[in-house]
Design a protein around this ligand. Structure first.
Ligand SMILES: [Fe+2]
Length: 213
């Protein structure tokens, strides 16, 4: 019995494996059918509404980033006032001017989409700005630690914006909207430049002092 069982085990194992493979293949086939079906459906939808759903999604994301820009613009004076170093305060002034320009550019993007500019609350930026508030309340006025914290908060916001504008520009490419993609990439470049400036400020004149405090 035992011998038989032992003898049979490999073959029954391989039978089971073969069955499992067949099953897997069936599942894969049916999945690929499903994928194909989905593809066909989305293609059908596309021809039905000419990518309208995608454009709506894109517009919603524009509303999100417009809210984020406006919220950041509103928060920057507080960050500027809290800054210890003159250079950081000046950098926040520049960020305010940048955000104003970026809001104008976003308004142009809405126009090109045939929509009125509108906002939708961006939970991510709200969270990042509340973190900036905590940094201000948790650090002492007039310290380099506070500036290191403010730079950290500002860079987190910049990175959120960089991710958003990069993706939105790629989506604009997919919609074959080169003018919109160009405008979004111009904002992306300015966000990246601000981020770089903040890094230079941190490395050259803030972090070391903060570490010594
Ligand atoms: Fe921005």
């Amino acid at each position: 019995m035992e011998t038989k069982a032992n003898k049979n085990t490999p073959s029954s194992k391989s039978e089971t494996k073969a069955k499992a493979d067949t099953k897997k293949k069936d599942v894969a086939d049916s999945k690929s059918d499903a994928t194909q079906k989905t593809k066909t459906t989305s293609k059908d939808t596309k021809s039905d509404n000419s990518g309208q759903e995608f454009r709506e999604f894109f517009t919603d994301e524009l509303k999100d980033i417009l809210w984020a820009e406006k919220a950041l613009l509103k928060a920057l004076p507080k960050m500027r006032k809290a800054a210890t170093g003159k250079e950081l305060a000046a950098s926040f002034d520049e960020h305010m001017a940048d955000a104003e320009k970026q809001i104008d550019t976003l308004n142009q993007v809405f126009e090109l989409m045939g929509k009125k500019p509108a906002t939708k609350k961006c939970d991510a930026m709200e969270g990042l700005l509340s973190e900036a508030d905590s940094i201000i309340s948790d650090t002492e006025k007039g310290t380099a630690i506070r500036d290191a914290g403010l730079i950290l908060a500002a860079q987190k916001a910049k990175h959120y914006e960089i991710a958003t504008y990069g993706t939105l520009a790629a989506l604009a490419d997919a919609m074959e909207e080169p003018k919109i993609a160009k405008l979004l990439r111009s904002i992306l470049r300015s966000e990246k430049a601000s981020d770089k400036e903040l890094t230079v400020l941190a490395v050259e004149s803030v972090n070391e002092y903060a570490a010594e405090e």
